[in-house]
Each structure stands twice: as structure tokens, then as C-alpha cells.
Design a protein around this ligand. Structure first.
Ligand code: ZN
Length: 536
């Protein structure tokens, strides 16, 4: 009997595992070497920078930022642009100075939808963490980052700065956790749901990543989570959306809706359930991911009563939309995604294999992809953009994440690509950065009933920040680890410029280019190993 219950449990667990990339656990990051990152310092002064504070305010400066330990001690405007800075009145007493005159500083980015992946893609977390940090990500919400105990361990090691990694928030799927599984328990009733939340809260997780549960289970999970100060985000998969769309879940207290699932379904004109083609089977992924796009003309128009009512209710409920548009970008132009500038140097061969079209690897669904699908996705993005932009305009929060690594979407680089997509949707870059920083932090601290500890550059908050030589308001692409091209008129040569110079996490200064060099070395090593095993 007990055995049978266990077996029954493992069937859905395996299904989840294949879609969450948790089939096996990757290797945790190695201990941080003394030459990796500098600091924290008693008194670090970053001099002469333009400050984008993350609240939506325009850049100010030149300013000097003083960091003591892992906290921002002060931010002082010390001059006027294009006028030499008078040394009088500038902060002094530094134990370390970064001369960064003319550079821009932003809060570190918060990636709200993060997975460390599985060993078939990238066997070591070091690779993933360094890609994130090199692209300015100082905090990730793992949904899940990995298995519960593994994530708790990585979270604690990151908090102590024993590893080179962003801060980690640990969101887990209901039903996960070693002890729970060992007891052979499943979530079949609302009481099971409450028991699991209590168990997981006792383990010290930060929140739940929800999928499709039937309404009474969802209600119990969200209610119990609220009582324990746990956050929530949901991928309202098409298998459950007929019973619960995004507004249904938001009314039960869901904090974040991730992806688009459940939102379009809440806006259907003439349907209740999506009118699937007769041969539709959910697990046939090309069909599944092309049918998403064919919803574009099923919904009420922008500006209609229904459209506005939905967004207004989300706003009233404080719902955060975390779209992960980058995760589906290949759907509207697979060739562009496959040929992104960073793949040659920074994508592991094992990850490349995973991305390659396949009927079994989750997300590699473009095995007979045509302009029909790409055009439908282009239409879909137009509607999606309009919805996100309207929500932002009325005061709603739209956040940034990468949901890598699937579908030619690489960790870290995906976060910056998501920012570009928000600009395409109609966001000013300052609104984009606010989504990636302050609003991301609010998503993490609000459920705990706490004020944000990072996400804004302000005295007293944690020193998590990004320094870049170029102006990211003028060109978001300058934040890509690979930088961007510009023609130098003096020499007539095209130069590769920009890319984040330093990522500061918890007062520790990481040279972003050195992190990328480590990533490149890991990629080269795997390539060399493959050549050896190929006998070439
Ligand atoms: Zn995901």
C-alpha cells in the first residue's frame, strides 16, 4: 500500500521534473577563490558617476557613492555634467576608490524567474551564476532554482558570499522536498496543500511556484502561504486554465502571474476554453507552442471595457506581471535567436544540443517551424506588448526575468533581452529599469511584509549595483555582457564597446569581464573534451 502511494506520487513528480528541468541536480558552485571579487570594503567610494536609482527617476550626477561594508552610506551629487568636479565637498576617507567618471550606475537587476537548469544543459551552477552576474543580475528568484535542499544550501552559501552567485530566493513547487516525498505524500486535498505549505515554510523557503491545481487546492495553498509570509508566482498552464485563469488566481491572492498563460484566456470574446484544433495533444510541443500564438485574435480589443476591467482589477489586487517574453522570442524569429552574438563564445555545447529541435527536450519545439507560426507569434507579441504597456501606464508592476535556458535563450543575456522587449512594448528605459530593480525587489519583500532591502540606490539599502561605461537609457544593448558595436568616426573602425564593467553584490565588486572570461573558459573546456572523446 505504502509502496503504491509512492509510485503514484512519482508519476506526476517525473512529469513536473521534465518540464521544470529538474530531472537531476547540477553541481553547486565551488568556493569563492580569493581572487574572485574584491571587498567588501570599510569605505568604498565610486566617484563621478551618473546614478539611475531604480525608482523611475532620471539619471542624476555626477555623484559620489559611498559604500560601507555591504550598505550604501551616501549618494552625493558633486558637480555638473561637462564641468570639472571641484574636490571640495566630495566624500573622503576611502579605503578603496573606483574612479568611474562618466559611467552610469543602476541597482543590480532582479531576475524573478530563474532556473539553474539540469546537467544535460549545463552541469555546473558556476557557469549559470557567472552569466547572471556578468549581465548585472544580483538577485534571482529560483522557481525553482533546483531541488529544495540543494537550493537552501546554495542560498545560504550565497548569503555568506562563499560562492560567486547572485542572492537567491527559494520558491518551490508544491509537493517538492525530500522529507515530504519520503513520506510518500501527495497533494490531493486542501488539507494536503496546507500541510505541504507548513512543511515547506518550516524548511525556510521564500515562496511557491504554482502550476495548475484545481481551485480548492489553489485556494488552500495561497491562503496558507499568506499566513506564513510566503510569496507566490504561477505558470497557469493550459492544462488547468479552463478551471483557473489569471484573474481567478489573482483573486485568490496570487502575487505574480508569470508568462502569459491565463491572461489571454481571461479576455476571450467568444470562447471559454481555447478552441483547440481537432488533432491537438498538449504534449506535442510544436502544436502546443504554436497554438499559444493563435489566441491573438480571440481576445477583446485593447481599450475595450473588458480589457480595461481586467487590468484595473489586477491593479487593485496588486498583481505583478512577470512576462518572460524573451523565453518565447525564438517563436517569432527562430533564426535571430539561434544566431545571437553571445552563443559562439558563451553557450556550452551541451546546452546547444538541448536547444536543437527535438520532440522530447522541453521547449525545443521548432522542428517544422514556418512563417505561419512566426507571423502568428508576431501578432501575439503586439497584443501582449499592448497589454503590458497599458498595465504599466495605469500603475501596474511589470517585472523582468529570463526563464533561461530553453529555446536559444541564455542565462543573463536573456535578462537584458527582456529589457529590450519591454522597450519595444512601449516602456521608457527608466520604466524598464524600475521593473528590473525596485518592482522586482517589491515582489520578493512584499509577501514577507517587509520593506525592500535592495532594488533602489538609496542610503541604508544593500550595496547591489551595476556600473557601465555607456548610457543604458540611450542604449539598453550596452548592458549585454558582449557590449555593442559603434563606428568610431575618428578611426573609421567599428568598435565593440559597453558591457557591464562591475557588478557589485553585497558590497563585493566583481569585474564583469573577468566573470565572462571564466564562462568562456568553461565553454572552451567542454569543447576540448568533446574533441578528445570524438577522437579528433
Ligand atoms: Zn520557468
Amino acid at each position: 500500500m505504502h509502496r503504491l502511494r509512492r509510485l503514484l506520487f512519482f508519476v506526476p513528480a517525473l512529469l513536473l521534473a521534465s518540464s521544470a528541468g529538474l530531472a537531476a541536480q547540477i553541481k553547486g558552485a565551488p568556493d569563492r577563490r580569493p581572487d574572485e571579487g574584491e571587498g567588501p570594503f570599510d569605505r568604498l567610494i565610486i566617484r563621478g558617476v551618473y546614478v539611475i536609482d531604480g525608482t523611475g527617476a532620471p539619471p542624476v550626477g555626477p555623484a559620489d557613492i559611498v559604500i560601507e561594508g555591504n550598505r550604501i552610506e551616501s549618494i552625493t551629487v558633486v558637480g555638473t555634467p561637462n564641468v570639472p568636479i571641484d574636490e571640495d565637498g566630495r566624500p573622503t576617507g576611502a579605503t578603496r576608490v573606483i574612479e568611474a567618471e562618466g559611467s552610469f550606475v543602476l541597482p543590480g537587476f532582479v531576475n524573478l524567474h530563474a532556473h539553474a537548469g539540469d546537467p544535460r544543459k549545463a552541469p555546473e551552477a558556476e557557469y549559470t551564476y557567472k552569466l547572471w552576474l556578468a549581465n548585472g543580475v544580483t538577485t534571482v528568484r529560483g522557481v525553482a532554482l533546483g531541488e529544495m535542499d540543494w537550493t537552501i544550501n546554495e542560498q545560504q552559501r550565497s548569503a555568506r558570499n562563499e560562492i560567486v552567485a547572485p542572492r537567491i530566493f527559494n520558491y518551490q513547487r508544491p509537493g517538492s522536498g525530500k522529507e515530504w516525498r519520503e513520506q510518500g505524500r501527495r497533494i490531493s486535498t486542501p488539507q494536503d496543500a496546507r500541510d505541504w505549505v507548513r512543511y515547506a515554510a518550516g524548511k525556510g523557503i521564500d515562496g511557491m511556484k504554482l502550476g495548475s491545481f484545481r481551485p480548492e487546492i489553489m485556494e488552500a495553498l495561497l491562503d496558507e502561504a499568506r499566513q506564513h509570509g510566503l510569496g507566490s508566482t504561477a505558470h497557469l498552464a493550459q492544462t488547468g486554465v479552463a478551471q483557473m485563469n489569471a484573474i481567478d488566481a489573482a483573486r485568490l491572492g496570487l502575487g505574480t502571474v508569470t508568462h502569459f498563460y491565463g491572461i489571454f484566456e481571461a479576455l476571450y470574446k467568444d470562447n471559454d476554453v481555447q478552441p483547440w484544433p481537432p488533432d491537438f495533444i498538449y504534449n506535442e510541443e510544436q502544436n502546443r507552442f504554436s497554438q499559444v500564438a493563435y489566441q491573438w485574435n480571440l481576445i477583446h480589443e485593447q481599450g475595450s471595457e473588458e480589457w480595461n476591467a481586467l487590468l484595473e482589477e489586477f491593479l487593485e489586487l496588486g498583481t505583478i506581471l512577470d512576462p518572460t517574453m524573451v523565453a518565447y522570442l525564438a517563436s517569432r524569429d527562430v533564426m535571430r535567436a539561434r544566431n545571437a552574438d553571445w552563443h559562439a563564445k558563451y553557450t556550452l555545447p551541451s546546452l546547444w544540443d538541448f536547444y536543437t529541435a527535438s520532440r522530447t527536450d522541453h521547449g525545443s519545439y521548432y522542428y517544422d517551424w514556418t512563417p505561419w507560426e512566426e507571423n502568428a507569434w508576431k501578432q501575439f507579441y503586439r497584443k501582449w506588448f499592448a497589454l503590458l504597456d497599458d498595465y504599466k501606464d495605469m500603475g501596474g508592476r511589470v517585472t523582468v526575468s529570463d526563464d533561461a535556458a530553453y529555446i536559444y535563450n541564455l542565462w543573463g543575456f536573456g535578462v537584458i533581452t527582456e529589457m529590450e522587449l519591454l522597450q519595444e512594448a512601449g516602456f521608457h528605459p527608466l520604466e524598464v529599469f524600475r521593473g528590473a530593480t525596485m518592482h522586482g525587489a517589491e515582489a520578493l519583500f512584499e509577501p514577507k511584509g517587509e520593506a525592500i532591502q535592495f532594488g533602489v540606490l538609496r542610503e541604508g539599502l544593500l550595496a547591489d549595483m551595476v556600473i557601465v561605461d555607456e548610457n543604458p537609457v540611450q542604449n539598453i544593448k550596452m548592458l549585454f555582457g558582449t557590449g555593442w558595436d559603434r563606428l568610431n568616426d575618428a578611426t573609421g573602425q567599428v568598435e565593440r564597446i559597453g558591457g557591464i564593467r562591475y557588478t557589485i553584490k553585497d558590497g563585493i565588486v566583481y569585474d564583469a569581464k573577468a566573470l565572462l572570461a571564466d564562462v568562456e573558459r568553461m565553454v572552451d573546456e567542454q569543447k576540448a573534451q568533446r574533441e578528445i572523446s570524438d577522437g579528433s
